[in-house]
Design a protein around this ligand. Structure first.
Ligand SMILES: [Zn+2]
Ligand SMILES: [Zn+2]
Length: 100
């Protein structure tokens, strides 16, 4: 009887790589160990489109917004939707609870 010796599969040791998390606020991936209160840059409020002061109405931007509408971040007034966040804080992963 011939027995084929099976090599029990080489177990490659992977370096214990820290699992990156996804920030639910800025949608960036980050290493939890490198998460500081300066890591996440975001706007605490939404980019809004306000019509006229008399109709204090806010709505989120859509295609074809009326040209008379003023668009800006409600938190800091930045008029560029790509403007860097005005606030920094810890990244917030989907694992974290809201009131962390
Ligand atoms: Zn973040
Ligand atoms: Zn802002």
């Amino acid at each position: 009887m011939e027995s084929t010796s099976t090599t029990g599969g080489k177990e490659e040791e992977k370096p214990a790589k820290e699992k990156e998390k996804l920030c639910r606020r800025c949608k960036a991936t980050y290493a939890p160990s490198g998460n500081t209160r300066l890591s996440c840059r975001f706007h605490p409020s939404y980019f809004v489109c306000r019509r006229h002061d008399d109709q204090k109405r806010y709505y989120q931007l859509r295609d074809g917004d009326p040209p008379y509408a003023a668009k800006f971040y409600d938190c800091c007034g930045a008029e560029d939707p790509d403007a860097a966040g005005c606030t920094t804080d810890f990244h917030l992963s989907y694992d974290d609870s809201d009131d962390a």
